[in-house]
Design a protein around this ligand. Structure first.
Ligand code: C6P
Length: 406
């Protein structure tokens, strides 16, 4: 079995550069195996999949459908008919909102989301609520970032048609009690949409066990290429949904006036599909499994603990969310008194340390916690303790660089 250090060697960008990359929640890095898999697809069997009746096209189709089968297994052993390839989490969530949401939600209904959601899990539901005369209801977390039982039980009611919730917050790092929320929502007759963008890269996913009727995630946050994402949807729901985009390959038969649609999942995959990146996603899943979720969680927790302990020693640093490093999923959001988060990021960049600063596409949460903007370090299993120490050393100098006394 390889050590985590051995895995790091697969990431040329990390090994060859002198950057500390702590912006993994925005996008991860890719190992050589993933890059090679994509490159080999184009070198060896590139043709338009699902169309041609010659070898290359049929091989491209086979690679694409093999990738789908692996994804179906990755999310907990579901049917391949329930796996739709999209561009990313944002497109997956929009697909659900524009089809299931608009078809199902009626005037006076309620859609429940949380104030911690990424904009990609807010704006589609604002659109549905606006178009259908429904109400958007927000669940709020406590200081630690937790949505309590009292909170979700008071917001999810008989009027609720959809509950859309992030599995892991991209700002607080907290894992929401999705399983409990889903069970309660189902008892009220609501459908549960889970944004798994920040959970799929870090923890074992079982959509059935979670109680997700829909589950969305992006390949690029889990070492796959940018431009490939996934929507899992329960077959009985997908069967009755209208298509999202229409055009080539999603049809069965077209006349001048009308069309019938292809079977699942192709009904939701209009146009030439992204087979090359689906192959990359399959390779990323194999890689992730080879590293092992236990190793990933252990390493992330160790690094997060070191990072939070280091930051806690600085009296002018405020950390948001839980005090327990185990509850951060490698994400630590913080501010430094008197220094704008953009300046923190710029000062760190001068020393080749990459973090994210801003509103993290979660402005309602920023308003809720009373911060216009924050800095965020987000870790992955290939990061090291040495990198955490470099980060802490640079953070300790930020106020000095900005003109405060040492
Ligand atoms: N969050 C971050 O730096 P896309 O862009 O579609 O791949 O993912 C959107 C998205 C949806 N939900 C959550 C919880 C997310 O964190 C993200 C992406 C990045 O936090 C970029 S804003």
């Amino acid at each position: 079995m390889s050590t985590l250090g051995d895995f790091r060697k697969d990431f040329d960008i990390l090994v060859n550069g002198d950057y500390v990359y702590f912006d993994n929640a925005a996008t991860s890095q890719r190992p050589r195996q993933v890059l090679d898999a994509v490159s080999n697809f184009y070198k060896e069997r590139n043709a338009n999949p699902l169309r041609g009746l010659y070898d290359w096209s049929m091989q491209a189709t086979e690679s694409y459908e093999d990738a789908r089968a692996l994804v179906a297994d990755f999310v907990g052993g579901v049917s391949t008919e329930e796996i739709i390839f999209t561009r990313n989490t944002t497109e997956s969530l929009n697909l659900v909102a524009y089809t299931y949401g608009l078809d199902t939600v009626k005037e006076g209904d309620e859609i429940v989301i949380s104030v911690m959601e990424h904009h990609s899990n807010i704006l589609p539901w604002q659109m549905v609520a606006r178009k259908r005369g429904a109400k958007l209801v927000y669940m709020e977390p406590d200081e630690e970032g937790t949505i309590s039982k009292e909170e979700y039980e008071s917001k999810i009611t008989d009027k609720t048609k959809i509950v859309a919730i992030g599995h892991v917050s991209n700002v607080m790092g907290v894992t929401n009690p999705v399983k409990e929320i889903a069970a309660y929502a189902h008892a009220k007759g609501a459908t549960v949409v889970v944004d798994g963008a920040q959970s799929a890269p870090h923890m074992k996913i079982d959509v059935k066990d979670l109680g997700a009727d829909f589950f969305a995630f992006s390949g690029h946050k889990m070492m796959a290429p940018m431009g490939i994402g996934v929507l899992y949807g329960r077959k009985d729901l997908l069967l009755n949904m209208s298509p999202f985009l229409t055009g080539g390959e999603m049809i069965e038969y077209v006349t001048r006036e009308d069309a019938t649609y292809a079977e699942l999942p192709h009904k939701f995959e209009a146009g030439t599909v992204n087979a090359g990146d689906a192959v990359g996603l399959a390779e990323a899943i194999k890689y992730l499994r080879n590293v092992g979720y236990d190793n990933i969680e252990e390493q992330e927790e160790k690094l997060t603990r070191r990072l939070m302990e280091g930051l806690s020693k600085l009296p002018y640093v405020k950390i948001y969310g839980s005090k327990d490093p185990k509850k951060h999923c490698g994400i630590v959001t913080f501010t430094i008194d008197g220094v704008h988060p953009h300046d923190i990021s710029s000062v760190l960049n001068d020393d080749h340390v990459c973090i994210r600063a801003g509103h993290h596409c979660a402005q309602p949460l920023m308003q809720f916690i009373g911060a216009g903007s924050t800095a965020r370090a987000s870790l992955y299993f290939y990061n090291t303790e040495e990198e955490v120490d470099i980060f802490l050393d640079k953070i300790a100098k930020v106020r000095e660089v900005m003109g405060y006394g040492a």
